[in-house]
Design a protein around this ligand. Structure first.
Ligand code: NI
Length: 193
């Protein structure tokens, strides 16, 4: 998810291994439309993935990133709403309440955002990177982020949360932007010696 300002001064784990940023998958990539799979092992490989996802999220910059956005079909996302980097494995929202309007953006749909109404408070459960149970309530921005990232794990993008008319316009805008990018890429290629 992309929104607000993020202080990128912190990292989840100290490591001698340099972290690598991924390319963020963009709308149109089929990986964003698939349901992510439950994680059965929290191992060193998964810890490394979380580190790399955080690096990618901070570099973007964004405040949340789900594994499918880096092409990994696992039920996992990372986030930082200014309280430091966090990760959750196999997350589930078990309760939600209220209503909150927020202008929501997505790193996989760059440059665009829409006002979307969703529940204001959610209760989320899952596992941390040590395999311990996580269970807590979140409000407003953090609650919104959880709902947005959970959607990614279901293969749902934020444009599906728009009403039909707004979604039509949104899809056209996205197509025009993608065509524009393709056109400028082609021009650049023609300029190559
Ligand atoms: Ni997103």
């Amino acid at each position: 998810m992309s929104a607000g300002h993020v202080d990128d001064g912190t990292r989840l784990l100290g490591s001698l291994v340099p972290m690598t940023a991924y390319d963020i998958r963009l709308i149109g990539d089929p990986v964003l439309r698939q349901e992510a799979k439950l994680i059965t092992d929290i191992d060193g490989k998964l810890v490394r993935l979380v580190d790399d996802m955080l690096e990618t999220m901070y570099e973007a910059p964004g405040i949340g990133l789900a594994a499918p956005q880096v092409g990994v079909q696992k039920r996992l996302f990372v986030w930082d709403v200014g309280m430091g980097p966090k990760a959750i494995v196999n997350p589930e929202i078990v309760e939600s309440s209220g209503e909150w309007i927020f202008e929501e953006g997505c790193l996989s749909v760059p440059g665009l955002s829409w006002e979307i109404t969703r529940p204001k408070v959610v209760h989320i459960v899952g596992r941390d990177m040590d395999g311990n149970e996580m269970s807590f309530e979140a409000d407003e921005l953090e609650a919104r982020l959880f709902q947005h990232e959970l959607d990614h794990l279901e293969g749902t993008l934020l444009i599906e949360r728009l009403d039909e008319e707004t979604r039509k316009v949104a899809l056209k805008t996205i197509r025009d932007m993608q065509l524009g990018q393709a056109a400028s890429l082609a021009k650049n290629e023609l300029r190559l010696p």
